[in-house]
Design a binder for this molecule. Structure first.
Ligand SMILES: Cc1cc2nc3c(=O)[nH]c(=O)nc-3n(C[C@H](O)[C@H](O)[C@H](O)COP(=O)(O)OP(=O)(O)OC[C@H]3O[C@@H](n4cnc5c(N)ncnc54)[C@H](O)[C@@H]3O)c2cc1C
Length: 661
């Protein structure tokens, strides 16, 4: 039996996991990172368009600050987000981006003088100030009032991840590659580490830790077509769920990105539209201004994806043997711009479509992209119900995205939440509360449970084919739990997924019975976990009889604040259960800085909560009084919804901007 002891175990070597590792190391703690792939191959490397931080350096970002970023984020979330968390995030994003610059991320910079940009299909000359020359610049993105998305060409995730990984090595973080966490060790409501499987040798290893962080990314691969890497399977969420103690939040909140290429589903960044690209239909007609006259192609992602689907349903899609699609036209930006700022998009078009996007239109269709739901945490990143378990990045429901994430807010979340959670974990480790005493016999018990499961899988005969079950699960999710949802389809999805889960208890490993380096074995034990995650998504979506953000019910088109201003919380009662257990967490309007309102897209169908009006009146009155006394924006914000006391002291300071006192 192999047991490895450490202060902090971090499951996941993407941006979020590495940022936590660096942070806890800097506070003098030991950290071990487990990862399926070398960290630089984590899915974060695929992020293209950029990272949101309200620096306000470039001309089109002028006037931006934390307040504007906060308001965009809350509106984007359709008021589903935790406003305290969103405030903590927007306050820290400028700090995180500057830290990354210091660690070597070559952010694209402002260049003094005139440059041309395409805005609303027209060439516009923009003049950058002399004094801004050399500072980090930003591009436009969907659902934002200012140009706030900072970037390194369209390889932002790549350069962030390389810098983060180098930093982790510099800080002597121990990285255990090709080690997959397959269950958590826990007793009496306390998480004590994880059981991991060496993907090369098949050996099981127990990691015992005072604090365990799950930073395993999203669960997009429960859908048949996704922009996510194939390792984004939701195993991190599943092992938390399987404790029966930790909970998942808002699993039904799934984002579809408007512009994945057809048929493979690889993303072309929102930066394409941010930089001026257009969406066209089969007649070459630009349709988005008809639906969203104000934001057009740059409405929030959920909105654009729905409008595109609506337009294709009207028969305006381009027919292809892979189904209908629309066109993304970036030819308008010119070859020089594409080769400089959208070079990954160019390579994707060349390699996967055989086209040149400087000349040809790109075939695109909305595709599964992001998981707003995840392991439900407190603002500290700790599970609300399992002590010593933390989560951050896309794996978590921290919950700054609510029911729709803004483009550029995710890589930003990974480094901001990683930076903060590392401090909260370190504080926890500094306290007596973090002490654990776990009998090695109990650790052995957890190892044995996993060993027995693998032995059963390998010895099973005449069982089910995991690949078949998984393929069917992916199809169900795509067809019945997609962009537009309805009660009948969702009920069918839940019924069939439950059936698949029952069948998954009888999986046989076909092809190879090897314990080492065996993808068929990995698929066999992951499939059941993935079906459980799919069930939490489909069941949550079935029960939520309203439309909010990316969760759009055709049979319940209104956002129903009166009944549904709450988070869906899922747990898994017992190993023998075939359905998750559901409860809800109320979102309190009476403490909101920005009470629920109209998001600004289409018709306002909101059914308001009784407390909304009351809170709005309180907020308006407080603002008026404070303004009349000459209070500045920080003082006003602090009166409306204090949050600074929740932040680690070293991150409380104000951000500096041009012209801001
Ligand atoms: C194509 C694409 C482009 C995107 N572009 C942008 C963008 O421009 N801006 C933006 O803000 N967001 C973007 N996003 C979203 C963003 O990239 C992700 O949300 C973010 O990078 C997730 O980072 P993470 O650290 O949480 O997880 P990941 O980067 O997914 O890392 C997960 C880690 O967990 C490990 N892991 C998983 N399961 C296990 C296990 N069981 N045991 C051990 N290790 C495990 C993996 O090996 C990996 O190291 C994009 C997403 C996609 C799909």
């Amino acid at each position: 039996m192999k047991i490895i002891y450490t202060d902090v175990l971090i499951i996941g070597g993407g941006l979020a996991g590495l940022r936590v590792a660096t942070g806890v190391r800097e506070r003098g703690n030991d950290a071990v990172v487990l990862t399926l792939v070398p960290p630089k191959r984590s899915h974060s490397a695929a992020a293209q368009g950029g990272m949101q931080a309200s620096l306000a350096n470039c001309k089109m970002g002028e006037g931006d600050n934390e307040d504007v970023h906060f308001s965009d984020t809350i509106k984007g979330s359709d008021w589903g987000a935790d406003q305290i968390v969103a405030r903590m995030f927007t306050h820290c994003a400028p700090k995180a981006i500057r830290e990354l610059a210091h660690w070597g991320v070559p952010w694209s910079r402002v260049r003094r003088g005139d440059h041309t940009s395409i805005i609303n299909a027209k060439k516009v000359t923009i003049s950058e100030k002399d004094e801004a020359h050399g500072l980090i610049t930003a591009r436009d993105f969907g659902g934002t009032k200012k140009w706030r998305t900072c970037y390194t060409s369209d390889g932002t995730g790549h350069s962030m991840l390389y810098a983060m990984d180098n930093k982790a090595h510099e800080d002597n973080v121990e990285i255990h590659e090709r080690l997959e966490a397959i269950s958590l060790i826990h007793e009496n409501g306390r998480c004590c580490g994880a059981i991991a499987r060496n993907l090369m040798s098949g050996e099981l290893v127990a990691y015992v830790a005072k604090a365990t962080t799950i930073a395993t990314g999203g669960y997009g691969r429960i859908y048949s077509v996704s922009t996510n890497a194939i390792i984004c399977q939701g195993i991190g969420q599943a092992i938390a769920l399987e404790t029966g103690v930790a909970t998942l939040g808002n699993m039904e909140a799934i984002q579809f990105h408007p512009t994945a290429i057809v048929p493979v589903g690889i993303l072309t960044t929102e930066g394409c539209r941010g930089d001026g690209g257009l969406l066209l239909d089969k007649d070459g007609y630009r349709f988005m201004p008809d639906y969203e006259p104000d934001k057009k192609e740059l409405a929030s992602r959920d909105v654009v994806s729905r409008r595109m689907t609506e337009h294709m349903r009207k028969g305006k899609g381009v027919k292809s043997r892979y189904g209908d699609h629309l066109w993304l036209d970036i030819t308008i930006l010119g070859r020089e711009h594409i080769e400089k700022n959208l070079r990954e998009v160019k390579e994707i078009c060349e390699n996967f479509l055989g086209i040149d996007p400087a000349v040809d239109w790109i075939p695109v269709r909305p595709t599964q992209h992001y998981s707003m739901g995840g392991i439900r945490t407190k603002y500290t990143g700790e599970s609300q119900t399992l002590k010593g378990l933390y989560s951050c990045g896309e794996a978590a429901c921290w919950d700054m995205h609510g029911f729709n994430r803004l483009g550029g807010n995710s890589v930003s979340e990974t480094v901001v939440s990683g930076m903060l959670v590392a401090e909260y974990i370190s504080d926890f480790l500094d306290s007596d509360e973090s002490d654990i005493t776990i009998d090695t016999k109990n650790v052995e018990k957890f190892l044995k449970i996993e060993q027995d499961k693998i032995d059963t899988l390998l010895s099973k005969e005449n069982g089910e084919d995991a690949y078949e079950l998984r393929r069917r699960m992916e199809e169900i999710m795509m067809e019945k739990v997609g962009i537009f949802r309805n009660g009948n389809d969702l009920q069918d999805a839940v019924t069939e997924l439950e059936e698949l889960l029952k069948r998954s208890k009888n999986i046989e490993v076909f092809r190879s019975k090897s314990r080492a380096s065996n993808p068929a074995l990995e698929n066999a034990y992951r499939t059941q976990k993935m079906i459980k995650i799919a069930l939490t998504v489909a069941y949550g979506a079935l029960l939520r009889t309203e439309s909010r953000g990316a969760h759009s019910r055709e049979d319940y088109p209104k956002r129903d604040d009166a009944n549904w201003l709450k988070r869906t919380i899922m747990s898994w009662g017992d190993e023998s259960d075939t359905m998750p257990t559901v409860s809800y967490e109320e979102i309190d309007i009476s403490t909101m800085e920005l009470p629920p309102g109209f998001r600004g897209y289409g018709k306002d169908l909101t059914q308001h909560h009784d407390n909304t009006k009351v809170r709005q009146e309180v907020v308006d009155k407080m603002k008026e009084e404070l303004e009349s006394k000459g209070a500045n924006r920080f003082e006003i914000q602090n009166e409306l919804m204090p949050f600074l006391d929740k932040l680690p002291k070293k991150y409380r300071g104000r951000n500096e901007r041009f012209g801001e006192i």
